[in-house]
Design a protein around this ligand. Structure first.
Ligand SMILES: Nc1ccc(F)c(C(=O)c2c[nH]c3ncc(Cl)cc23)c1F
Ligand SMILES: [Fe+3]
Length: 290
């Protein structure tokens, strides 16, 4: 039985092109680029590729969450509280920066490390909460396979399996791989904003006759209560499907600081420069391998 009464159509399509970020790192930024500044509640989607000695050295965050999902290789993260770890292939780090985090994210080994980093905005009432990590290793990520469709459930639910991740801003984040010939119907809450980002292969989204979409493309989905996908090619199709409940609040962003008013951004800069109000530990911290 078809659970989708109104399948979402592809409203807009963007090709994410490489740009420099951090120190010597390359990211394909889809959400967060000029033409797609904010897709409520999402601020940034980076498909990153980084090879030592390049990386993302000491930098702050306030007012949102970063979701780092490794596709190849590993990244070592270390923050100003001494929280340190390595995010390996297939691993997930869901970091709620809240009132403030200062950390570094550097390649953990030689060779090219690849992954995705999604920035999810927090509601005004949650922007100044204590920082929090939810970290899941690749083999513990909820997974299911049915009729040629494999899904790794980063957040939310699909094919009857649920992720343990608590999403303060209600979010679904699904990593799908469709075998050649497979067809998917995935429900999406009708009030949520949703997008697809293609990682590998080519897929048909929305209606069966539309032209195939290839890697590094972001598709904004229109109204409806789900999405239909077909793999009509001879190769596997891999993409992420991400959805979130819009916050409907003003956004004032200065790089890694995301608040609701300019005054709050001014205060954040003051807090960060004076190491107060959540940035106390930044005063004497520096990443260990520096
Ligand atoms: N403000 C600001 C400025 C410069 C940065 F590089 C960063 C930053 O760390 C990242 C940007 N995209 C990324 N994708 C993956 C990873 Cl592991 C890190 C980042 C950041 F936050
Ligand atoms: Fe960061």
């Amino acid at each position: 039985s078809c659970e989708i009464s109104q399948p979402r159509m592809v409203a807009r399509k963007f090709l994410a092109r490489p740009q420099h970020e951090g120190v010597g790192a390359v990211v394909r930024r889809s959400i967060g680029r000029f033409e797609l500044r904010y897709f409520d509640p999402f601020l940034v989607l980076d498909e990153f590729s980084v090879t030592a000695p390049a990386g993302f050295p000491d930098h702050p965050h306030r007012g949102f969450e970063t979701v780092t999902y490794m596709l190849q290789g590993s990244v070592t993260h270390e923050d100003f509280e001494g929280h340190k770890g390595t995010i390996g292939p297939g691993d997930l780090q869901w970091m709620t920066a809240g009132r403030g985090i200062v950390h570094s994210e550097m390649p953990a080994s030689q060779g090219t490390q690849k992954g995705l980093q999604l920035w999810i905005n927090l509601s005004s009432k949650h922007k100044m909460i204590e920082p929090k990590y939810q970290e899941i290793s690749g083999q513990d990520i909820a997974e299911a396979t049915e009729d040629g469709v494999n899904v790794r459930v980063i957040a939310g639910e699909a094919l009857g399996v649920k992720s343990p991740v608590y999403t303060r801003t209600p979010t679904m984040y699904l990593d799908f791989t469709l075998k050649p010939g497979a067809h998917l119907q995935q429900p999406i809450p009708a009030s949520w904003n949703a997008f697809v980002y293609v990682l590998e292969g080519e897929g048909v989204f929305g209606i069966p006759k539309s032209s195939p979409v290839t890697a590094h493309h972001l598709l904004l989905l229109g109204h409806g209560d789900g999405v239909e996908v077909w793999n009509k090619s001879a190769k596997p199709l891999r993409f992420i499907l991400v959805g979130g409940e819009p916050l409907g609040e003003p956004v004032v962003q200065l790089g890694p600081f995301v608040m609701n008013t300019q005054e709050e951004i001014d205060q954040t800069i003051y807090d960060f420069e004076n190491c107060i109000n959540g940035f106390e530990k930044a005063e004497h911290w520096r990443r260990s391998d520096f």
